[in-house]
Design a protein around this ligand. Structure first.
Ligand SMILES: Nc1ncnc2c1ncn2[C@@H]1O[C@H](COP(=O)(O)OP(=O)(O)OP(=O)(O)O)[C@@H](O)[C@H]1O
Ligand SMILES: [Mg+2]
Length: 273
């Protein structure tokens, strides 16, 4: 559980509408949302329920059609590029498709050097920068020497996911939004990635917003869970309360859709209602 209950990111009435007229699609519908420092929260919902759209609004990549976002107690202001860049030092993301997150023409060391520059590392010597890159690669079990001359598309899905975590290791943001970060990898690497994220959270007191279809995983890693259905948060609260005592039919369905949850976490005795 979070030791310190200080709200760091809040959304009020967040709404995103794509298209107009018959094409109108309310992807996120008046969502109220808050998370506290050092907390792990999960947003769980079926495909198309609006999770990534909500994440993009929180990150400042998509403008809300309606609603406000509050960051560290103040109304978020990312009205110009300078403010946006400041914001992105403090809130970072790992996306569903890691290949879309990197500029294909930049080699791996350039990707990591960019992060060092963002973290005010312009004053570092070349040797210091290499030391930081090596430390980050070591944290995620990647061989820095093997990677330096490669392009992101030359990496496997798992290596790519780990490279994204190496970026987070260098940037040390206050908040990390992880949108299905383990979708492209096998179960074993998945556990390693989760372990790395949890270790980072502990080391730098990072808040993690985890987006997933997998309610079993949400139960395992989060303090608080938000259940999302067709753009709305239909249920939220402490992970144990929401998952062991779901109130909504939709939440029950998400639980029953994950057969392994009963085996791995023995929720077979869950009493609904
Ligand atoms: N850029 C866009 N333009 C138009 N519609 C969009 C756009 N992005 C998302 N949508 C629509 O918004 C809705 C929510 O999509 P979103 O990607 O947020 O869902 P999701 O919960 O992340 O799904 P998944 O679990 O499959 O990743 C969907 O109906 C989708 O088609
Ligand atoms: Mg998504």
């Amino acid at each position: 559980m979070a030791e310190e209950k200080k709200p760091c990111l809040c959304g009020s009435g967040l709404t995103k509408i794509y298209g107009t007229g018959v094409q109108k699609n309310v992807a996120v519908d008046h969502v109220d949302f808050d998370c506290c420092q050092n907390e792990v929260i999960s947003i769980v919902g079926e495909s198309g329920s609006g999770k990534t759209t909500l994440a993009k609004m929180l990150l400042g990549l998509t403008k809300p059609t309606e609603g406000e976002i509050y960051f560290q107690g103040k109304k978020r202001d990312i009205s110009n590029m300078k403010k946006k860049k400041e914001y992105w030092k403090r809130i970072q993301a790992i996306f569903q498709d890691p290949y879309s997150s990197f500029n294909t023409f930049n080699k791996i060391d350039a990707v990591l050097l960019d992060c060092i520059a963002m973290r005010n590392g312009k004053k570092y010597t070349r040797a210091k920068k290499i030391e930081i890159m090596e430390e980050a690669c070591c944290f995620v079990n990647l061989e820095f020497d093997e990677l330096t001359n490669k392009y992101p598309f030359e990496l496997s899905g798992g290596q790519m996911q780990r490279l994204m975590i190496a970026r987070v290791f260098i940037l040390k943001p206050e908040i990390l939004i992880a949108d299905e970060p383990t979708s492209m990898i096998d179960a074993c690497s998945r556990a390693t990635i989760l372990e790395m994220l949890m270790k980072l959270r502990k080391e730098i007191g990072m808040t993690i917003i985890f987006i997933t279809h997998d309610i079993g995983l949400a139960y395992y890693i989060s303090d608080t869970v938000f259940i999302m259905e067709r753009g709305k948060i239909v249920e939220s609260g402490p992970a144990e309360q929401v998952i062991l005592h779901p109130k909504e039919e939709y939440t029950r369905r998400l639980i029953s859709d994950v057969p392994k949850i009963h085996e791995e976490w023995d929720l077979s005795s869950v009493k609904y209602g």
